[in-house]
Each structure stands twice: as C-alpha cells, then as structure tokens.
Design a protein around this ligand. Structure first.
Ligand SMILES: Nc1nc2c(ncn2[C@@H]2O[C@H](COP(=O)(O)OP(=O)(O)OP(=O)(O)O)[C@@H](O)[C@H]2O)c(=O)[nH]1
Ligand SMILES: [Mg+2]
Length: 220
C-alpha cells in the first residue's frame, strides 16, 4: 500500500492508550510515534502495534512533534496526540483539504459531544488564545487543537523554534504570517486514557499559557 500521510504522534508514557489508538489508523497512513523518554514501555507497544518509533530525548511537546516532522517522509503529514483523546479515523477529514490543495494547514476543532471531559480552565484558556489569534491574524480559528495536517516541506520552511507547549501556537502564527490558508474541521475529543499531564492539571495549563503568551507578545 502506498503511504500517503505520516501521522506524528508525540508520546510520553502513553502505553495504555496506544493499542486502541493505533488500531484506528486509516489505510495508507503511517503512524510515527515519537517516544519522548517514556518509562512505561510505550516504544515497545507502539512497535508491536505497527508504528514506526522515533526517539527524542529532549522533553517537551514541541521537541517531540518537531522530531516527528524531521523523521517523516510523506508529502503530507498529520499530528495527533497519543493519549487516546482523538481517533485516528478522524484524520482523513482533516487531511482532505490539504490533499485537495484547498488549504495549507487544517486543524481539528475539538467537539466533546456527550463524552465531556474538557476542563473549564482549559476551555477558557483555549477560548482566550483563539480570540487573540483572531484579533492579531486573518485566521478565523476557534480551537488551537493538536490534531493537524499540512505539507511536510511547507511546515519545515516555517522554521518553528518553540520546543515546548508553544509549538502548536507558533505553527499557526507562522502560517498566518506566510499567508497560509488555514481551515478547521470538526473532530471528536474524548477523555484521555491514563493520567493527565497538562490540560487536566492547573500548573500544566498555566505553563502552556505562559509559553503561548510569550509567542503572542512577540508576534505583535
Ligand atoms: N506533556 C507532555 N506531553 C508530551 C511530551 N512529549 C510528548 N508528549 C505527548 O504529547 C501529547 C500531548 O500531551 P498531553 O499530556 O496529552 O497534553 P494535553 O492534552 O494538553 O493534557 P492532558 O491530556 O490533560 O495531559 C501526548 O500524546 C503526550 O504523550 C512532553 O514532554 N510533555
Ligand atoms: Mg491530552
């Protein structure tokens, strides 16, 4: 089968979530799990479930995401969290506008439906950030979600520098300054499997907002 899309899955101790997640990989998609120093056997489990595993020793979401981008080879790449909060079966809808050359970057807009499980403080932080993005850029974004698709070469040319939680925001701001067509597509957002590391914790959210505020200030 011809691989059309590499799916970059940053992973720090997500052994519990990986089997179900990887079982949902659509045909023609290759899972690139970026192991960011897991101690729970995530890398082995990812391999056992058919994923390509890349190792990135430097901690941080951006560090893992960018290592995955560098290691991927497909023309179109997608990003997705590896904690079970997304379904890989939603990826084709996110990829479609990029493949059709109707968009340069597509973000999955998270919809919780009946599942719930999106803490109020995280929603509020997300709403405030996207309002700032709408105020500062022509991009009409409603959710700064991690599920995305774009062309690999274009993403590399953005030369993103953040290696922590500012990476997703830096990508959107850089896309805006390069005049990219950015779109949103609805995706399901489920309660993560395993213990929350960022969004479910107040300190995690505060750190993320701090990283992102710095980027927004610089973009002014
Ligand atoms: N937090 C964190 N996540 C990382 C890191 N490296 C890779 N990841 C992965 O990045 C993805 C997003 O991190 P999450 O911890 O789910 O962040 P979140 O969705 O904001 O918050 P929670 O799901 O509540 O923990 C997951 O698949 C993590 O396993 C890292 O250094 N820190
Ligand atoms: Mg998560």
């Amino acid at each position: 089968m011809i691989t059309t899309v590499d799916v970059i899955l940053p992973c720090l101790n997500e052994a519990q979530a990986l089997p179900t997640l990887l079982a949902g990989l659509p045909p023609g998609y290759r899972a690139v799990v970026v192991d960011n120093g897991s101690t729970d056997g995530s890398a082995r489990i990812a391999r056992e479930h058919g994923a390509t595993v890349v190792t990135e020793a430097r901690r941080g979401f951006g560090s893992a995401a960018h290592a995955g981008l560098l290691a991927s080879t497909a023309d179109i790449v997608a990003f997705c969290d590896a904690d079970g909060s997304f379904r890989l079966s939603d990826l084709p809808a996110v990829v479609e506008p990029v493949a059709a050359e109707a968009a340069d970057l597509v973000l999955g807009r998270r919809r919780t439906g009946v599942h719930g499980g999106w803490p109020l403080h995280a929603r509020a932080a997300n709403r405030a950030l996207t309002a700032l993005i709408r105020a500062r850029t022509p991009i009409r974004l409603h959710d700064l979600g991690p599920m995305r698709a774009a062309r690999r070469e274009q993403l590399l040319a953005l030369d993103l520098q953040d290696r922590r939680s500012g990476y997703p925001l830096e990508m959107v701001l850089a896309a805006a300054s390069h005049g990219w067509r950015v779109r949103e597509v609805d995706v399901d957002y489920l309660p993560r499997v395993g213990r929350s590391k960022v969004t479910g914790t107040l300190t995690g959210t505060v750190t993320a907002v701090r990283d992102m505020s710095r980027l927004l200030a610089a973009a002014r």
